[in-house]
Design a protein around this ligand. Structure first.
Ligand code: AMP
Length: 221
């Protein structure tokens, strides 16, 4: 099998996938591919994809599978994915997982690990409702657990921090339900394929990152 980290981060919204994907990206020189980030950018640019996706995102529903699979297929063809990738927020349904398997097969590749991040429900709601994102560079903060040095301003690039529309209480509960119904079945799907490793997602960002790197062991070396 080709060398490189080909990893999926699986877990509910607020499990810390985005934060950890950024750490793994640095550690393994394998790009974070966040379908949520790609879609939010498309919505901001108001192109065809953005227009099709915006209503689903606003309601906390999933964007149709084929749209997402096509988007990931394009992204995986880019040069920076040759050394691997960290998928964040994809796949989110069994159909997407099957689509991914086919895509990779055509490229002569396969996943080498799926990290399933475990976080208790109460903590998820607390994390999501306090989450803030930088408009400039996409860095993530939390108003209590990881506040920026100056309120509302990114430490890294000085950009303005904002709260995602779908991180508001009304939408959070729908996103969690969608996760339970449509995404949680992927845990068994990947366990049956012997790809699943469970990670305790509670604690300091660095400690959770260490657990992931340890779990990846030499699969991603
Ligand atoms: P995220 O940033 O991963 O929480 O994604 C934000 C929103 O984008 C989700 O609530 C969905 O509406 C949409 N989305 C992101 N990734 C996917 C996916 N793999 N399949 C379907 N919809 C997605």
């Amino acid at each position: 099998m080709a060398a490189g980290a080909r990893v999926v981060l699986l877990g509910p919204p607020g499990a810390g996938k985005g934060t950890q994907a950024k750490l793994l990206e640095e550690k393994f020189a394998a790009p974070q591919i966040s379908t949520g980030d790609i879609l939010r950018k498309a919505v901001a640019e108001q192109g065809d994809l953005g227009k099709r996706a915006s209503e689903y995102i606003r309601r906390g529903e999933l964007v149709p599978d084929q749209l997402i699979i096509d988007l990931v297929a394009e992204r995986l063809k880019e040069k920076d994915c040759e050394k691997g990738f960290v998928l964040d927020g994809f796949p989110r349904t069994i159909a997407q997982a099957q689509g991914l398997e086919e895509l990779l097969k055509k490229m002569g590749l396969a996943l080498n690990c799926v990290l399933s991040v475990q976080v208790p429900h109460e903590l998820i709601v607390e994390r999501l409702s306090g989450r803030r994102t930088c408009k400039g560079c996409g860095a993530l903060y939390h108003v209590v657990f990881d506040p920026p040095k100056a309120a509302g301003t990114c430490n890294r690039c000085g950009g303005e921090l904002f709260q995602r529309d779908d991180d508001r209480a009304e939408t959070i509960s729908n996103r969690l339900k969608v996760y339970e119904d449509q995404t949680a079945p992927l845990v068994s799907y990947y366990r049956e394929r012997s790809l699943l490793k469970s990670i305790d997602g509670v604690g300091k960002v660095e400690d959770i990152g260490k657990r992931m790197i340890q779990a990846l062991g030499d699969v991603a070396a």
